[in-house]
Design a protein around this ligand. Structure first.
Ligand code: SIN
Ligand code: CO
Length: 393
C-alpha cells in the first residue's frame, strides 16, 4: 500500500505521519473513523461466542466504586448471564476476528503495520457503568467504539512501579491523573500506545472493538535465534585470539576478552540467514499455539466460477503469514510457525506475496495471476489447507 496518502480512519494523517508522530508515542482520537463497524458484531453474538469452550472470554465486575473487583473466566452459561447485575460489568471476548472474517478484513486498514505485530480483535460489551478499571497495557491498541457510548479518560505513561490497587484480581492503577476526557460514539477510534494509563466507562449499552497488537518478547526471539545458530554452527567454531597480549594476572577475566567473546558470539547470531530462518517461523506463530487451519477441497474450475460470481478470498484470520525475500516476492513463505514447502506446484513468488499481504482479494485482483497453472493449483491446495477462505459476497 502507498504510505503517503491521507487516511480518513487516521483523521487525514498518512501512515507515515501516524507512525512518525503517534505510534508508541501518543494517543490519537479520530471521530467516525469506521462508521460501519458497529453493525458487524452485536451483544448477542458476543454472548453466544463466550459460551463456547474454545473461546477466551472473561467478565469483569465492579462493586463499590474502584474498590471491589471480580474477575470470572469463560466459557459462560446462560444461567451465569442471568445472574449478572443490571449495570457495572463487562464481558470481554478475545479473537472475535477469528470467527468473523468480515470483521477480520478491517485489519487491512492497518496493513501499514507488519501483520506479525497484530494480535487479535477483542470485543467488549458493557451495560451502563461497565469498566475494567484504570489500567495500562503492554501493547498498542486501536479502540473502536461499536454501539453505544463510552467515556474514555487517559492518564500518563506507567511502568512496573506504578502503584496498583491492592488485593484485586486485576491490575488496577491506584491513581490516574487525567490528561484526556472524551465520550466516544459508534465508529470513533482511539489509539492508545503501550503503557499509557486509560479508563473507559460505558455511558450506556456499549460495545468496544479493540484492535490489539503484539510484540515478541526479545528473550523468546533470542532463544529461537540461539537454537538455530547452534544447529548451523556446531562446536567447530572456536573463540580465537590472534591479538592476545600478555596478562599480568592470569586468573583475571579481562574486560577486553569479554568484549571479544561478545563480539564473536554476536557475529554468529547476526548471520542474515540464521536471522530469517529462526525469526520468520517464530513471528508467524498463531495467537493460539494449538490452532490448526482446516479448509475444504476445491478444484480450479470451481474456484474460477465462484470468484467470477463474486466470491472473494480472505486470509484465514486465525493464521499468521510471514515471508522472506524481496519486497513483494515470497521466496520463503511461513504460515503458523512452519515454512510452506513448495508443493508439486511452484506458485510464483509475487503471487504468494500478494496472498500473504492481503486480507482479502477479489476476482479482478486475482485473475491475471491465476491464469498461471501453477498459481491456481497451488491456491487450491492452500484453500484446502484452510490458510485462505472463500467468502460469499
Ligand atoms: C474495554 O473494552 O472495556 C477495555 C479495553 C481496554 O481498556 O483495553
Ligand atoms: Co486496556
Amino acid at each position: 500500500m502507498k504510505t503517503n496518502i491521507p487516511l480518513a480512519h487516521l483523521g487525514g494523517l498518512t501512515a507515515d505521519e501516524f507512525l512518525r508522530d503517534y505510534w508508541q508515542k501518543k494517543p490519537l482520537l479520530v471521530r467516525n473513523a469506521f462508521p460501519n463497524l458497529a453493525a458487524l458484531v452485536g451483544k448477542e453474538d458476543l454472548m453466544e461466542l463466550a459460551q463456547e469452550d474454545s473461546i477466551e472470554a472473561r467478565i469483569v465486575l465492579e462493586q463499590d466504586g474502584n474498590k471491589k473487583w471480580a474477575l470470572r473466566k469463560g466459557p459462560f452459561t446462560v444461567k451465569q448471564y442471568k445472574q449478572l447485575p443490571k449495570t457495572h460489568w463487562t464481558l470481554l471476548v478475545q479473537a472475535v476476528d477469528h470467527y468473523f472474517p468480515e470483521l477480520a478484513v478491517y485489519w487491512q486498514n492497518f496493513s501499514f503495520i507488519p501483520s506479525w505485530r497484530t494480535d487479535d480483535i477483542m470485543i467488549s460489551y458493557a451495560p451502563q457503568g461497565g469498566s475494567v478499571g484504570k489500567h495500562f497495557d503492554q501493547y498498542d491498541v486501536f479502540l473502536v467504539q461499536g454501539g453505544g457510548q463510552r467515556r474514555w479518560q487517559l492518564g500518563e505513561f506507567c511502568d512496573k512501579d506504578s502503584p496498583l490497587v491492592p488485593n484485586t484480581p486485576l491490575r488496577i492503577l491506584a491513581d490516574m491523573p487525567v490528561t484526556f476526557d472524551e465520550v466516544v460514539n459508534a465508529g470513533d477510534l482511539l489509539y492508545v500506545p503501550p503503557r499509557l494509563a486509560h479508563y473507559g466507562v460505558a455511558e450506556n449499552d456499549c460495545l468496544t472493538f479493540s484492535f490489539g497488537f503484539r510484540a515478541p518478547a526479545l528473550a523468546h526471539a533470542l532463544e529461537r535465534l540461539v537454537d538455530v545458530a547452534l544447529e548451523h554452527t556446531g562446536t567447530e567454531s572456536l573463540y580465537s585470539d590472534p591479538q592476545l597480549t600478555a596478562q599480568t594476572h592470569s586468573a583475571w577475566l579481562n574486560p577486553q576478552h569479554l568484549q571479544d567473546l561478545q563480539q564473536q558470539i554476536l557475529s554468529l547470531l547476526s548471520n542474515p540467514n540464521i536471522l530469517s530462518t529462526a525469526l520468520a517461523p517464530f513471528l508467524s506463530e498463531p495467537k493460539y499455539d494449538d490452532y490448526e487451519a482446516m479448509g475444504e477441497e476445491i478444484d480450479p474450475e470451481e474456484l474460477i466460477t465462484r470468484l467470477q460470481q463474486g466470491t472473494i478470498i480472505c486470509r484465514d484470520p486465525a493464521s499468521r503469514f510471514v515471508y522472506v525475500g524481496e519486497q513483494g516476492q515470497a521466496q520463503h513463505l511461513y504460515i503458523n510457525g512452519e515454512e510452506i514447502e513448495p508443493s508439486e506446484f511452484h506458485a510464483k513468488a509475487d503471487f504468494m506475496a500478494l496472498l500473504a499481504d492481503s486480507c482479502q482479494l477479489t476476482w479482478d485482483e486475482l485473475k491475471s495471476h491465476i491464469e498461471d497453472h501453477d498459481n491456481i493449483n497451488w491456491l487450491c491446495d492452500q484453500l484446502s489447507a484452510g490458510f485462505w477462505l472463500l467468502l460469499e459476497d
